[in-house]
Design a protein around this ligand. Sequence first.
Ligand code: ADP
Ligand code: MG
Length: 288
Amino acid sequence: MDKLLTERIEGNLDLLGLIGIKKVYADLSKEAHKNSSSYSQYLDLLLQEEVASKQSHRFQLLLREAGFPCNKSLEGFDFTYQPDLDRKRINELFNLDFVLKRENAVFLGPPGVGKTHLAIALGIKACQKGIRTYFLTMDALMKRMRSESNQRLPRLRRYYQSPLMIIDELGYLPLNREDSNLFFQFVSHHYERRSLIITSNKGFRDWGEIFGDKVLASAILDRLLHHSHVINIKGASYRLKDKLKDLAEYKEIPKPEDLSRLSYTIKEDELKPLQAKRPRGRPRKARL
Ligand code: ADP
Ligand code: MG
């Protein structure tokens, strides 16, 4: 390809931000020539490359913005450890149709059962699909809402506007009246407009206690649960997986009655190595 033509093509690709095409157009052109591909086939390949490049770029951007504390995936979730969990329902959630329908997902259960794991995995999948997502703990969300409430939303706007918001650990700390009202406004704003994923270690019955007011809690629940998928994980903590195994082994330790059966009489000469060696010769005088 002559130099002028290359410069013009690459200049225009830069101008249009077609980075994916810029990377591959020369190689693909040679290949197309070799395979006698048609112009349409060549164009098709170029466009596929550009779309893939744009999608990957957007995914990385969304991932950075989302604020996930770590990387989790559905593939990394061990369903055999939670046999009561409905795998089909979880897989369905990962289609993310619920986000398109502006529905919510709520993960309930004791600590360590994988609520945050599944919420993050869903969030990452959403970013992969190009859905802007934010992840915050309830505590962090409330702190931000408190600091922004007087200035009407400039920094909070993204949390109000993103199609998916993950709020982790609702219920770890009780809220005062003002915070509860702020959260009610937040949930009301999202109702039927945007999706929320919430994780909580508290059952809905205890939400009155969290928000310090039963009426307010039921108003929040009313909006949250109207279109929602509630996943109750009842199993054992994955964090304690190995510890529980250790505990199970402890059960094998013989009981006192077994010990008496196993009682062992120490033979005299077995103690010999433990007996202090007698010093040879006259005992030394103690130095003063
Ligand atoms: P929760 O939010 O319910 O307290 P997490 O999701 O934080 O629990 O899980 C605690 C740790 O155990 C995380 O590292 C998570 O990835 C892991 N974990 C929990 N459940 C599973 C599971 N079923 N398979 C694989 N890892 C799991
Ligand atoms: Mg958690």
